[in-house]
Design a protein around this ligand. Structure first.
Ligand code: C2E
Ligand code: CA
Ligand code: CA
Length: 651
């Protein structure tokens, strides 16, 4: 028989090239990556032995027959293993999304194992192949099983990928489903034209597809710095977690990288990142990852407590050379420039218990590090980990409450000393969870801002507020109650249709817009001056009033505040509390009140808790007061009763 081996030779070269290119020293040793290497090795072995056996059968002298027999036997052993290796690659990919049962994996190996027995049995029986008297190659009666086993694994691979309920990326799913189909088609062609050796081509095509789409270095390596990317970092953490291997992870975030880019240009910025990255790489035992644009992550295996060092000592020792290096300048664009960094670190499993913990702890500690000072690492403590867990638990509660209406509104009445009654109220949001109990707004509002649900909360509060105003005015037609204020958060002023959506709520409840008041803090104004100004002017024209909240807690830009149409300035409770402790400030407080009055804004003092504070405010001419002395925040029905009673009494 004339064999055509050219396709097989090309396939061998392709697989060899893939082997060389896919070799990467710091690739994550995930199951998928290890099985991929197994695929490569078996494919090289199968094609190599196929070629060798074919050529030896054709050209080797009869003295070499035992060797030819052995090589051919090896080829027969490797061919079904090829199918199995690809099948297990698919298993490894699927198991990353959802664990695949061990029993399934073991049972799937049975056809392969049975075939091996057949290969062994070939020696005495010649069931697969044998050599005739003249050294001619003869096919055995069971040769078809070689194809059957190969087809079995192709079909199993296809079925696994198509029918799995594991949440795999549809693109990956398609790729995994296509390669067994290609293999089946190619091998079928080979069966029709047995003189053409094509099994290697089928394997090479499959490997090429896997390599290009699923195993390509570009998918795991950051192109700029050559470090592994964030995805690889996350995989590595998961693998270490599966193996319960203790490690320390650190996140190094370059401070002011944007400034470097702006000052020295993007090219120099890139050059700096490469230099910074290679410094981190050179630090030794730690594995390096580019976590994001200007953040690098390090992972170093912990030896445990053998050295008698505490986790913190180990982490500090790991980071010491970096801190020292950061003291010295880098050469960027012909300049010497010192660059600071925020550094967060955490050890697993001592502090962080899960991969999710590791990531959350690193991000938290890195932010915290910034407040400790330049290059001061923050090593995550059990207390911090607890705070992170609480934060994420609250985030879950907030998300659930947003979806299923778990918030409620309290109202804290505002007292007018001149009218001796409650003239207004502030709407305050409340959140209670079955397990966590009541969660203070100071804690959940910033989280709601971060997870992007604050607009929903404000909308809910607006709706409740307008409903309250409507029902209070309906029940007390002759009331002089002025209205209720709602707190607006700084992050929501970027919403384009904010004014329309607020006015729509007011209209739906059929209340005068002047009964709605909106509290804005200075920090909100400074964060978005133009948006806030436009919103205020628009709403003010419709009659909505504005309160400047928490005055005195920021760096006041008085001229900016005075340009805006605030009806009431709310002095933060900390001002009242510090003033009553320090007599010198009394005069200042009086001046502040009369100053704002002269500018057309009333002053409201928050946090009035004692009779002395009330007397003091009276002396200063501050008419509006809010605080526990008058009323705590109350449920709407209670607040309505308290306000109505005060109106009744004042008549
Ligand atoms: P804030 O706007 O300064 O609200 C006043 C806070 O002071 C309220 O706390 C109130 O219960 C408390 N308070 C009132 N009188 C006294 C007093 O005499 N003594 C003391 N010690 N505290 C007093 P609360 O309800 O815990 O709210 C805290 C903060 O949460 C609010 O501060 C506000 O910034 C935010 N917040 C509450 N509800 C909302 C909301 O619906 N939306 C937004 N964006 N923020 C809200
Ligand atoms: Ca407020
Ligand atoms: Ca306030």
């Amino acid at each position: 028989m004339e064999w055509n081996v050219s396709a097989e030779v090309i396939a061998f070269i392709i697989v060899l090239i893939i082997s060389v290119y896919s070799r990467k020293s710091h690739a994550v040793p995930s199951l998928k990556n290890r099985v991929f290497r197994l695929c490569l090795t078996t494919t090289l072995g199968a094609i190599g032995t196929n070629l060798a056996s074919t050529l030896m059968i054709a050209y080797a002298p009869s003295e070499l027959l035992p060797l030819t027999y052995f090589v051919t036997l090896l080829y027969f052993a490797l061919t079904p293993l090829l199918g199995a290796a690809y099948f297990y690659y698919a298993v490894a990919v699927v198991s990353e999304a959802r664990p695949v049962g061990r029993l399934f994996s073991v049972l799937s190996a049975l056809p392969c194992a049975a075939y091996f027995l057949l290969v062994l049995a070939n020696v005495p029986t010649g069931c697969l192949f044998s050599f005739g008297a003249a050294g001619a190659y003869l096919q055995g009666p069971f040769i078809i099983t070689t194809y059957l086993v190969f087809y079995f694994y192709c079909v199993a691979c296809f079925a696994l990928v198509v029918f799995t309920r594991a949440p795999i990326d549809p693109v990956i799913k398609r790729i995994l489903a296509v390669f067994p189909l290609i293999a089946v088609v190619v091998i079928a062609v080979q069966q029709l034209f047995p003189t053409y050796l094509l099994s290697g081509s089928a394997a090479a095509c499959s490997l090429l597809i896997i390599y290009l789409y699923l195993q390509n270095k570009r998918l795991s390596v950051d192109q700029l710095t050559g470090a592994s990317n964030r995805q690889e970092f996350l995989s590595m953490v998961s693998i270490m977690d599966e193996k319960a291997q203790p490690f320390t992870a650190a996140l190094v975030s370059v401070s002011n990288f944007k400034f470097i880019n702006d000052k020295f240009g993007h090219e120099n910025g890139d050059r700096f990142l490469r230099e910074f990255s290679s410094y981190l790489e050179s630090m030794g035992e730690a594995r390096l990852y580019r976590y994001s644009g200007d953040q690098f992550a390090l992972i170093v295996n912990d030896a445990g407590d053998a050295a008698g060092r505490s986790e913190n000592d180990g982490t500090a020792a790991l980071l010491a050379p970096l801190r020292q290096r950061l003291e010295e300048p880098w050469h960027i664009g012909g300049h010497s420039y010192t660059v600071g960094a925020a550094i967060g670190a955490v050890s697993y499993p001592a502090i962080a218990r899960t991969p999710g913990d590791v990531v959350a702890a690193l991000e938290y500690a890195t932010v915290k590090s910034k407040s400790l000072g330049p290059n001061m690492p923050c090593i995550c403590t059990p207390g911090m980990m607890e705070a992170i867990h609480r934060r994420s638990a609250i985030a879950d509660v907030v998300r659930r409450a947003t979806e299923s209406g778990g918030f409620s509104m309290n109202l804290q009445p505002v007292w007018s000393e001149s009218e001796q009654r409650f003239v207004a109220a502030e709407a305050l949001c409340r959140l209670t969870d079955d397990e966590m109990g009541s969660i203070p707004p100071d804690e959940f509002i910033p989280i709601a801002e971060q997870i992007g649900v604050i607009a929903d909360i404000t909308h809910f509060m607006l709706d409740q507020t307008c409903a309250f105003i409507r029902s209070y005015r309906d029940e007390h037609p002759s009331t002089a109650f002025r209205g209720v204020s709602v707190n607006f958060s700084s992050v929501q002023f970027i919403q384009d249709d904010l004014a329309e959506s607020v006015l729509a709520v007011v209209e739906r409840h059929g209340i005068p817009a002047s009964c709605l008041r909106i509290e804005v803090t200075e920090s909100a104004i400074i964060a978005n001056p133009d948006a806030v100004r436009a919103f205020m002017e628009d709403m003010h024209a419709h009659g909505v009033r504005f309160y400047l909240d928490d005055f005195g807690t920021g760096y006041s830009n008085i001229s900016m505040m005075l340009e805006l149409p605030f009806d009431v300035v709310k002095l933060d409770k900390s001002i009242l509390w510090s003033v009553t402790e320090d007599e010198h400030l009394t005069e200042f407080f009086g001046l502040l009140t009369s100053g704002f009055a002269a500018m057309g804004s009333q002053v409201l003092s928050e946090g009035v808790e004692t009779q002395e504070q009330r007397v003091f405010l009276n002396e200063c001419g501050c008419d509006l007061m809010q605080g526990y002395l008058f009323s705590r925040p109350l449920a709407p029905e209670k607040a309505a009763a308290v306000i109505a009673a005060s109106e009744e009494k004042a008549r």
